[in-house]
Design a protein around this ligand. Structure first.
Ligand SMILES: NC(=O)c1ccc[n+]([C@@H]2O[C@H](COP(=O)([O-])OP(=O)(O)OC[C@H]3O[C@@H](n4cnc5c(N)ncnc54)[C@H](OP(=O)(O)O)[C@@H]3O)[C@@H](O)[C@H]2O)c1
Length: 280
């Protein structure tokens, strides 16, 4: 298949590109070459490339930026996704839309199923939920919700912490934020498997196992041979961030299970592999 990936220079764009290019022709789309907020230009770019599938990863994933500037958040995350979906429909391409656990309210205490009600509590979450709705207008669509991502290609939650600790600083993380984590390439490979199977729909994709941000950062420090005690847990409410974080956003991968797909490996294994490649 010929597969165009938006947000190709981003963290997940790297992982998606690495995964899909193992078996397909990947056309990486940069912000400069294909701005998703410019509908006519994006459509023209797609008419030129004529992909079989668009993997839409471009977004503003920073919760605090979206909360501070809702117009920008909705323009890129919601209207941008609508433009991508429109272009996919016009050229008859399938669409993989990358979404997030932030579409939930974080009030549950057992893992969120794909079928659970959404109720985002942030601008980012609301903008991404609108984007999910837009993606549904494409006949062959996959909506993939992923949790916090780590992987090569761009600084991320894990690498940021390790660099701070390696520089002798403490790394303050929320002590009350329970969810999942995923290595970008692992999520990318699982998404490719689901797409190749032709089973459209809504999927949660993460490395197996729940973990708090605190546990994730501590395990990363330990695996990197740094002092885990330099990871300091602080309640989210005391972190003075613009957007609230979800207390609980563990994703149950019910759709993968019921579709007969194996689940991605445990997060600890994926994290160990990633950290073994990091040069701090
Ligand atoms: N990171 C996470 O932990 C996480 C967790 C859950 C879900 N997600 C979702 O995963 C996807 C990818 O996130 P990420 O972490 O890879 O983000 P990222 O590293 O910030 O990358 C986002 C990409 O989108 C591009 N972009 C931004 N505005 C654009 C526009 N108007 N037109 C075209 N491209 C534009 C950026 O290009 P420039 O940098 O050149 O502007 C960048 O390449 C997003 O849909 C996000 O909601 C991420």
């Amino acid at each position: 298949m010929k597969i165009a990936i938006t947000g190709a220079t981003g963290l997940f764009g790297h992982g998606l590109g690495a995964a899909f290019s193992t078996r397909h022709q990947v056309i990486p789309l940069t912000h400069a070459a294909a701005d998703i907020t410019n509908a006519p230009a994006f459509e023209a770019a797609m008419k030129q490339v004529r992909p079989d599938l668009i993997v839409h990863s471009a977004a503003i994933p920073d919760l605090d930026i979206c909360e501070a500037d809702p117009d920008r958040g909705f323009l890129v995350n919601s209207q941008g996704a609508r433009n991508v979906a429109d272009a996919a429909r016009k050229i008859g391409a399938g669409l993989v839309h990358i979404s997030t656990d932030a579409v939930f309210d974080g009030k549950k205490q057992t893992p969120y199923l794909e079928s659970d009600a959404t109720a985002p509590i942030t601008v980012y979450g609301r903008s991404k939920l609108q984007a999910e709705e837009a993606a549904k207008a494409v006949e062959r669509h996959w909506i993939i919700r992923v949790p916090v991502l780590f992987g090569p290609g761009k600084t991320n939650f894990v690498e940021k912490g390790l660099r701070k600790i390696a520089a002798g600083e403490d790394y303050k993380v929320a002590s009350d934020q329970m969810g999942n984590a995923s290595l970008t390439v692992d999520a990318g490979l699982k998404i490719m498997e689901v797409v190749e199977a032709g089973r459209c729909g809504l999927y949660h994709v993460a490395n197996q196992g729940a973990c708090s941000r605190f546990e994730l950062a501590r395990e990363a420090a330990r695996l990197a041979g740094l002092d885990p005690a330099k990871v300091i847990g602080v309640p989210d409410a005391q972190m003075q961030r613009k957007a609230p974080r979800l207390k609980y956003s563990v994703l149950e991968m019910a759709a993968l299970r019921s579709g007969g797909f194996t689940l991605p490996r445990p997060w600890q294994e994926a994290l160990a592999e990633y950290i073994s490649t990091l040069k701090l």
